[in-house]
Design a protein around this ligand. Structure first.
Ligand SMILES: NC(=O)C1=CN([C@@H]2O[C@H](COP(=O)(O)OP(=O)(O)OC[C@H]3O[C@@H](n4cnc5c(N)ncnc54)[C@H](O)[C@@H]3O)[C@@H](O)[C@H]2O)[C@@H](O)CC1
Ligand SMILES: Nc1ncnc2c1ncn2[C@@H]1O[C@H](COP(=O)(O)OP(=O)(O)OP(=O)(O)O)[C@@H](O)[C@H]1O
Ligand SMILES: [Mg+2]
Length: 323
């Protein structure tokens, strides 16, 4: 069993070693699906880019199948971005339904999503989800079902808005990963720890937050990404770019989802002695930051999220050649 050193007394980890150890070889004996099946739950009338960014990033990193569960308005738009994605127009927003049909529709949404649930190796909940109360209630039920099926879930974007207002959805669930940005982290600390973010001892506060929620892994995004499961704290500072265009967190959520799925399989086979969600966050963050640096080297100030997505493949190849 390879007990990968995921950081000594200091917090920085050997991120490249972990990324190489988790990235699977392309095994000719494997069949479609075995390299990972990811589902993004997000995409509404207001946002269609974020779920696309998360889902296509998962595919470009190496998942075999990438699904998007979104609202009927968002589906044709996201389908139009790419034939590679399997887009399910199943979610509903309040403006589109009558009060008296809410119960039947939320049951129908849950039944439809549930038909797929067991097949997924990791969910990404929140990119471009929006904040419609009815939609968020349906997603809450989907999360409860995912927990019962032991499906890992990366919570990002408006999924963090949902979880911050209802922490019990992830409380005590070790397969939950939260990926807050600066705003989302501040709101989570305010709500759960009932205090302000204190960067005098940021890692300790992050560890307390993860411990207080119980079991979850939190990836606090920033100039360095800090990661804690309530037991340990690690950081990833390698690579990265000074460009802060919107959408990079969506790439990260798709990247972490694939790596959590791959790490979980290796840990279940006894090949690693570490928390798969910690490993997945370290690897997912490293690859996203490498791709951002490669894209920035080329596009500089005009670097966009779509440029970074196009650099995912060559960035992984540079670190972990497919041979
Ligand atoms: N191209 C796209 O489609 C993109 C869509 N995105 C999606 O946009 C949505 C919002 O993401 P952001 O990164 O902008 O979210 P933020 O939480 O950083 O900010 C959203 C806005 O809402 C406010 N806000 C958020 N939560 C609040 C709360 N609880 N109380 C009061 N004000 C609050 C913030 O101050 C800010 O003005 C997410 O679903 C995200 O996935 C982003 O990922 C960027 C790219
Ligand atoms: N100041 C920074 N310097 C270098 N890299 C950064 C910096 N801030 C964030 N990052 C990197 O960019 C990634 C995305 O973080 P960001 O804070 O942009 O997420 P976000 O706001 O959720 O993005 P999105 O617009 O997709 O919602 C992080 O994983 C982190 O590695
Ligand atoms: Mg975000």
């Amino acid at each position: 069993m390879q007990s990968v050193m995921i950081g000594g007394p200091h917090l920085e980890v050997d991120a490249l070693c972990i990324l190489r150890s988790i990235s699977p070889a392309l095994d000719p004996t494997k069949h479609k699906g075995q390299a990972g099946k990811i589902a993004v739950i997000g995409g509404c009338r207001e946002y269609t880019g974020a779920p696309y960014f998360a889902a296509i990033s998962a595919l470009k990193i190496g998942a075999d199948l990438s699904h998007v569960f979104c609202t009927k308005d968002a589906a044709p738009v996201i389908k139009g971005y790419s034939p590679e994605l399997i887009v399910h127009p199943l979610l509903e927003e309040s403006y589109n339904i009558r009060e008296e049909e809410k119960t039947s529709i939320s049951k129908k949404v849950l039944d439809e999503v549930d038909k797929w649930m067991e097949r997924f190796d990791c969910l990404v909940i929140g990119p471009g989800l929006g904040r419609d109360p009815f939609l968020l209630d349906c997603v809450s039920d989907i999360m409860r079902h995912a927990r019962r099926s032991n499906v890992p879930m990366v919570i990002d974007g408006d999924g963090l808005f949902l979880v911050t207002n209802c922490v019990d959805l992830v409380k005590g669930y070790p397969l939950a990963v939260l990926t807050p940005n600066v705003n989302e982290y501040k709101r989570l600390v305010n709500k759960v720890l009932n205090c302000e973010v204190n960067d005098q001892d940021g890692p300790q506060q992050l560890l307390s937050l993860a411990k207080s929620i119980g079991g979850v892994t939190i990836l606090r995004k920033g100039q360095s990404d800090y990661i804690s499961d309530g037991a340990a704290v690690r950081s990833v500072s390698i690579y990265g770019s000074p460009r802060r265009c919107g959408g990079q967190g969506d790439i990260l959520s798709g990247s972490v989802a694939v790596y959590v799925a791959w790490a979980r399989e290796l840990v279940s086979k006894g090949k690693f002695d570490a928390n798969p969600t910690m490993l997945g966050c370290i690897a997912g963050s490293t690859l996203m930051r490498k791709a951002a640096s490669v894209a920035f080297a080329d596009k500089k100030r005009s670097t966009l999220t779509t440029d970074i997505i196009e650099c995912l493949g060559r960035s992984l190849e540079a670190i972990c050649p497919v041979g």
